[in-house]
Ligand binder design. Structure first.
Ligand code: PHE
Length: 441
């Protein structure tokens, strides 16, 4: 294990918040949240989602930060340092985050192409289908995106991740605010958005709860080691609970603002993942200075994705550095090549290799479904069990209530959520989700 002292860390509190918010805010907020909200009854889904974020997401985020902050280790060593024999939980998170990288980098690559093609007005009807199923262009953009991530990672925690976050996050906030103001400027925009936000409880089913929990965990990067490794880089004196609350607040604001932007464009009848890449360019093409807005929108998507992919990459890289004693550069290349290889199969599975299927799904959808429907809930349940039941009670309490942690009056409530509410609730919803999944096969 590499020594704890020379592993680097964030310079201060703002850096900690921006980096962690960067991990949280990603394609999950801008690409996924709007279409899931739309499919699940709009405002009705948002209410359930907010409950999941506050009752499950926030305590789990505090838990994961605490495990990292307490152990100052990579995800595998962190769990085994706190309780011998639990390193597998960290390893399971890393395997999952690696699988997520497999398809996440592909979508991230699309955002680059879309930002460029929007600027030159090259996006016409059918572009999405044609582009994503072709062989070379999506692959090249995917590789560029992996390399962008790579070079930030080898810059180190402060010189790479912190610097990039401090640069990208303010830019991201500026773009999203500009887009939101523009969208709400028009009366039709306001009307369209409020239509989607009006709760429709008839669309709420058991599946809605599974989607809400899955979305809450995905958007907060729960259980994957990404938040754990960032927690391990928090400087002494960084307030864990305060940081977690800031991250949750920023993440939720961005998700809801992204939904407003997309729905005010009047695209509420577009289904699924096509919302951002198919419906939005159509809307932009009818707007004055549409190229500018479209380019900004895809730049926003790309920035959000990049600040997330660096946290995924860092979680896995830190393992090879600290556990396998590699240099940071070598470890980063290993992860980079691994991610490129997996992303290649995911990208090709939309075109050339579309007949390679697992349970009827192509590789891209398999990676998404397996991590989202199975790994995320299991990791959430296990993280809650670890902190609530396995971590020695006094040590856990000392870490969670340490200076800057949760105050003594709120602590029992957070502990109750982690010990009982998270494991029980997520397990119930998970079992129903699996039954439903098997039924649909
Ligand atoms: N939270 C990111 C998003 O919403 C995705 C992510 C998952 C990041 C797991 C890191 C780890 O897009």
């Amino acid at each position: 294990m590499a020594s704890v002292d020379n592993r680097g860390g964030f310079g201060g509190k703002i850096a900690a918040i921006l980096a962690a918010a960067g991990s949280a805010i990603g394609l999950g907020n801008i690409w996924r949240f709007p279409y899931i909200t739309n499919e699940n009854g709009g405002g009705a889904f948002i209410l359930i989602y907010l409950a999941c974020i506050i009752l499950l997401g926030l305590p789990l985020l505090i838990a994961e930060f605490s495990v990292g902050h307490n152990s100052k280790c990579n995800p595998v060593d962190a769990y085994s340092k706190i309780r011998k024999g639990w390193g597998w939980l960290g390893a399971m998170g890393l395997v999952s985050v690696f699988l997520i990288m497999g398809y996440y980098f592909v979508i991230s690559g699309w955002t680059l192409d879309y930002a460029i093609s929007s600027a030159t007005n090259a996006i016409s009807d059918g572009y999405f289908q044609e582009f994503t199923t072709s062989t070379w262009s999506p692959l090249i953009y995917t590789y560029i995106f992996v390399l962008l991530t790579h070079f930030i990672i080898i810059g180190g925690v402060q010189g790479g991740i912190e610097k990039a976050s401090k640069l990208m996050m303010p830019l991201l906030f500026a773009i999203i605010i500009a887009l939101a103001v523009y969208s709400l400027w028009q009366p039709e925009g306001r009307a369209a958005a409020s239509g989607v936000f009006t709760p429709d409880f008839s669309k709420v089913s058991g599946q809605t709860f599974l989607d809400a929990i899955g979305q809450a965990f995905f958007t907060l990067s729960i259980g994957m080691g990404a938040m754990l490794i960032y927690g391990s880089y928090f400087k002494k004196g960084t307030k864990i609970a305060g940081t977690a609350i800031s991250v949750v607040a920023l993440d939720t604001l961005v998700a809801i603002t992204a939904a407003i932007i997309i729905f005010s464009a009047g695209v509420e009848d577009v289904q699924g993942s096509e919302l951002a890449f198919v419906a939005m360019p159509k809307v932009f093409s009818t707007m004055p200075a549409g190229e500018v807005w479209a380019t900004l929108f895809f730049l926003l998507l790309g920035l959000a994705a990049l600040s997330s992919t660096i946290s995924m990459h860092e979680a896995v890289t830190s393992y090879f550095v600290e556990k396998r004693n590699m240099s940071r550069k070598k470890a980063a290349w290993l992860v980079t090549f691994g991610a490129m290889a997996l992303a290649t199969t995911a990208s090709l599975s939309l075109g050339m290799w579309s007949d390679v299927t697992i349970l009827g799904m192509n590789i891209f959808d398999t990676l998404d479904t397996f991590t989202g429907k199975f790994m995320l809930p299991i990791l959430g349940i296990m993280t809650a069990i670890f902190v609530g039941w396995i971590w020695k009670k006094e040590d856990m309490k000392a870490e969670l209530t340490a200076e800057g942690g949760i105050d003594k009056a709120t602590y029992p409530f957070v502990r109750f959520l982690l010990k009982w509410v998270c494991p029980v609730l997520v397990s119930i919803v998970f079992v129903f989700g699996v039954i439903d999944f098997i039924d649909k096969l």
